[in-house]
Design a protein around this ligand. Structure first.
Ligand SMILES: Nc1ncnc2c1ncn2[C@@H]1O[C@H](COP(=O)(O)OP(=O)(O)OP(=O)(O)O)[C@@H](O)[C@H]1O
Ligand SMILES: [Mg+2]
Length: 360
């Protein structure tokens, strides 16, 4: 069972949106998932149309008039995944348990009884570093830190990393942390500059999937649904689906390092690889700070997998593409443009041209 806290004390950086939609996307991939709303604002619960009288407060509090078990407060969301709802009383726990010894392990202890029942528990944390967030970190094996690409988005991330280190050292608990870029607006040069800064700062601790700005994510929350239920073909759905796939692939890579690939599987992989060809993209721009290549092969997404590397002023990337014709463009410091070295072009819907490459 993987327990993942979605935490950042900065308000409005996409914690709840990530928690709800990552949960839904993992469930769509056949995983048994529990979403725990640990924020007294109850946005995750309300975002799934759940307005509950009972919450984790009834499980943790000693003075709650109705003492309940975690199973008793858990709701099924359309038989797809489960939710432990929150309500405003959850905010009183910090004060109630102020002097209690072992207050940091309340949630971890409760989760003990859920072993074997879920593949993933996702915890939506409140926007502060108090008792509830510490409990979530202590109960988790991983933390996802959503960071938007706005000007002050990195403020406070250091403090959160300090707290995670404290949980590791003082509470003797192993936890890995990774940053997720959210609300990425590929129309703005500023987003690309921020992405570079975030990449420099977090390098291998940056999640490959980037969540783009997409109004459907907002609309879905207002409609009380996950984005995958609201509009499964929108960019928000694709991004959170890809995030779920990335997390699941980590499980599989752990497993495959334990069990070698069977010979039948090796043949299937070999046959599949035949349909692909390696395409090398290159672009000369010594002054540029970042260059990406995006095209129909990756749904025109800008993310880490299509970031080009720079050497002596030339940016390059090699991608395995399926046989056939592909349209693409370069994104140079946030500006979309065609490949000046490639005369093969096709007009696009914006009245510009896309570059065309063929894999035979
Ligand atoms: N990728 C996105 N594109 C467009 N809107 C988004 C995106 N992610 C989040 N939002 C919107 O931004 C607002 C803040 O997001 P969200 O509630 O997920 O942040 P939060 O970190 O949970 O906030 P809080 O700190 O208050 O708990 C919401 O209105 C949400 O619908
Ligand atoms: Mg929230």
């Amino acid at each position: 069972m993987r327990i993942i806290a979605v935490a950042n004390q900065k308000g409005g950086c996409g914690k709840t949106t990530t928690s709800i939609n990552l949960t839904a996307a993992l469930a769509l991939n056949g995983k048994r998932v529990l979403l725990v709303d640990l924020d007294p604002q109850s946005h995750a619960s309300l975002g799934l149309n759940v307005d509950s009288q009972d919450s984790i407060y009834n499980v943790i509090s000693k003075i709650a008039p109705r003492k309940l078990s975690i199973d008793q407060i858990t709701r099924s969301i359309d038989n797809k995944f489960d939710l432990v709802p929150s309500n405003v009383l959850v905010g009183t726990l910090e004060q109630e348990l102020a002097d209690e010894i072992g207050r940091e392990i309340k949630l971890a202890t409760i989760f003990e009884s859920l072993k074997g029942k879920y593949d993933y528990i996702i915890i939506d944390c409140p926007p502060n570093l108090g008792f509830l967030t510490i409990n979530a970190l202590r109960a988790s094996s991983e933390v996802i830190i959503p960071v938007e690409t706005s000007r002050f988005s990195l403020q406070g991330v250091d403090r959160l990393l300090d707290i995670i280190r404290l949980v590791k050292d003082r509470l003797n608990h192993n936890i890995t942390s990774r940053v997720l870029v959210t609300m990425f607006d590929s129309r703005l040069r500023h987003s690309f500059s921020m992405l570079d800064i975030i990449k420099d700062q977090f390098s291998e601790n940056l999640i490959g999937t980037i969540v783009h700005l997409n109004v459907k994510l907002k609309e879905a929350a207002v409609a009380g649904k996950s984005v995958l239920d609201y509009d499964k073909y929108c960019r928000g759905s694709k991004d959170y689906f890809s995030l779920a796939k990335e997390l699941i692939a980590q499980e599989q890579s752990k497993e495959s390092s334990l069990s070698p690939m069977s010979s039948t599987m090796k043949k299937v992989v070999k046959d599949k690889i035949k349909d692909f060809g390696l395409v090398s993209f290159a672009f000369s721009a010594p002054e540029a700070k970042s260059v990406y290549v995006a095209g129909d092969f990756n749904n025109w997404y800008v993310d880490e997998s299509c970031r080009m590397r720079q050497k002596n002023g030339t940016w390059s990337a090699s991608l395995k593409l399926r046989s056939g014709k592909h349209q693409y463009r370069f994104i140079v410091d946030g500006r979309w443009q065609e490949d000046p070295a490639n005369p093969n072009r096709a007009e696009n819907a914006f009245g510009d041209a896309n570059s065309v490459v063929e894999v035979v």
